[in-house]
Ligand binder design. Structure first.
Ligand code: PPE
Length: 304
């Protein structure tokens, strides 16, 4: 990855290479921490805009609350620092990573006085599943690893440690020659991909997983709003993997992955085996919104 200049750590800017932690950092051992992924896009007017910053900051605090971590800043302070980290690095377009973690102090699974630490970093990050994926669709496979049970990991919290599950699934399918893994929940229904929510299109209508085992994606919400504005019906419910096989279109949504079409699942061609028309329409409006070309979605932008 391409280094940027500065990282915000516990209220101060430090050089990229100086943003270090002790090896006994509690979260490094036990995974109790939370993060956010946010994107900032170059806009038409030559400036930049962070997409849905307030919603990301809110989810950051909610993730921490679920984990009983008290962030020693207000939401307004974190949002302000998020804007500052983009400015400090003079990045027109970037991915922003917010992280809250428990520092070193006590070891063991009853952290008491370990400091709550925050880092905000930004760097250039292109198409998560490739430009080709955005245009032509990716090949996905259902993983043999189930998504977290809702009573084991807290799936509404973007918990650092929880992502080992995604990494196992991703490695499994990439090794088998696919681009991304689709994960089922512990009852066998479609959940989400390793770092994206999932949508299917059938007979002109959209369907996405209900808020059970999935992360409540901000891109998911954005797509649901765009679909509503296009008068496309969206249903939120659990569905099975074979419904995906016979869908007209399937796509994934995420801050990193944006709106990525899926052209094949478990060696079955989805629809015509390329980006579908509804996917293309939603994707186009999504990029118009994030890049400041759609005035009706201006309220989602924090211009900087
Ligand atoms: N599900 C999961 C498991 C997930 O990690 C993400 C985001 C989403 C759904 C979509 O959420 P949202 O970004 O709010 O639409 N995944 C982040 C991490 C990617 C990474 O590799 O790191 C992201 O897209 O930033």
């Amino acid at each position: 990855m391409k280094k940027a200049e500065k990282i915000w750590m516990d209220g101060e800017f430090v050089g990229w290479d100086e943003a270090n932690v002790h090896v006994l950092t509690h979260t490094l051992h036990y995974g109790l921490g939370a993060f956010e992924g946010i994107r900032c896009y170059a806009t038409e007017d030559g400036g930049s805009a962070i997409f849905r910053l307030g919603d990301h900051t809110k989810r950051f605090f909610e993730s921490a609350k679920i984990l009983q971590i008290d962030i020693p800043y207000t939401e307004a302070e974190i949002s302000k620092a998020t804007i500052e980290i983009v400015k400090a690095n003079k990045l027109a377009e970037c991915y922003i990573r917010s992280l809250v973690f428990l520092g070193d102090g006590a070891m063991g699974i009853y952290p008491k006085d370990n400091p709550v630490r925050i880092a905000l970093a930004a760097w250039e990050w292109g198409a998560y599943l490739g430009e080709e994926g955005l245009n032509s669709g990716i090949r996905a496979k259902v993983s043999s690893y189930a998504r977290h049970h809702v009573n084991a990991a807290m799936t509404k919290s973007k918990t650092t440690g929880g992502y080992f599950n995604s990494i196992l699934a991703k490695r499994e399918v990439v090794k088998a020659g696919y681009d991304e893994a689709i994960m089922l929940d512990t009852d066998g229904y479609v959940s989400e991909a390793t770092g994206e929510n999932i949508f299917m299109v059938k007979d002109g209508q959209l369907k996405t997983t209900s808020l059970t085992s999935i992360l409540k994606g901000i891109t998911r919400d954005t797509v649901m709003q765009i679909a509503a504005d296009l008068s496309i019906e969206v249903t939120e419910e659990r569905f099975t993997r074979d419904e995906l096989y016979t869908a007209d279109e399937v796509f994934l949504t995420g801050t990193a992955a944006e709106v990525t079409p899926v052209r094949e699942i478990d060696d079955r061609k989805i629809g015509d085996g390329k980006r579908g028309l509804i996917t293309e329409q939603i994707q186009r409006i999504y990029f118009d919104a994030v890049k400041g070309r759609a005035s009706e979605y201006e309220s989602w932008l924090t211009r900087i």
